[in-house]
Ligand binder design. Structure first.
Ligand code: FES
Length: 155
């Protein structure tokens, strides 16, 4: 059996064709990622359900909650974002932005909850500081016990 090798000279691609294909590929990748990112965390109705009963306790010796041991750290549990402020105070609000439901992050430097999608900002009581969100987050009561090593969140 004989193997034939073809010259690579015939395989050369014009530069403009190369850039057109690369540009199309990058466009498809970016569009796919954007669509996945926009639909993955979004909530069809991000309005906080203030009548929903919330009552749970986070154990601080659980690795999943280790961020709460650090001033400025936060965790998200049961659709609630719980943070320890720089002052060592625990705060908790609903974890999804009231604009389109994106999961929030806590920024300790500003002591605010921040939406990474359209950049709304909320204070630690859930009040809107910067839109496009217009509705506040739901604020929860937090009780921490150093001796028990727990943080209880409830309304
Ligand atoms: S989803 Fe948060 S500002 Fe739009």
């Amino acid at each position: 059996m004989e193997t034939t090798l073809h010259s690579m000279d015939n395989a050369a691609m014009p530069r403009h064709e190369f850039f057109r294909l690369v540009g199309t590929s990058i466009g498809v990748i970016l569009l796919t990622r954007c669509m996945a990112g926009c639909s993955g965390k979004g909530n069809a109705d991000p309005t906080p359900n203030t009548s929903q009963k919330i009552d749970f306790t986070l154990r601080l010796d659980d690795k999943l909650n280790a961020n709460l041991l650090v001033k400025g750290g936060y965790v998200i549990a049961n659709d609630v974002i719980v943070a320890q402020t720089k002052d060592g105070k625990f705060v908790a609000v609903s974890a999804n932005c009231t604009h389109q439901g994106t999961e929030l992050v806590y920024k300790s430097v500003e002591n605010q909850f921040y939406c990474p999608l359209h950049l709304s900002r909320f204070d630690t009581t859930g009040k809107v500081i910067v839109g496009p969100a217009t509705l506040p987050l739901t604020q929860y009561t937090v009780e921490s016990s150093v001796t028990a090593g727990t943080v209880r969140v409830y309304n």
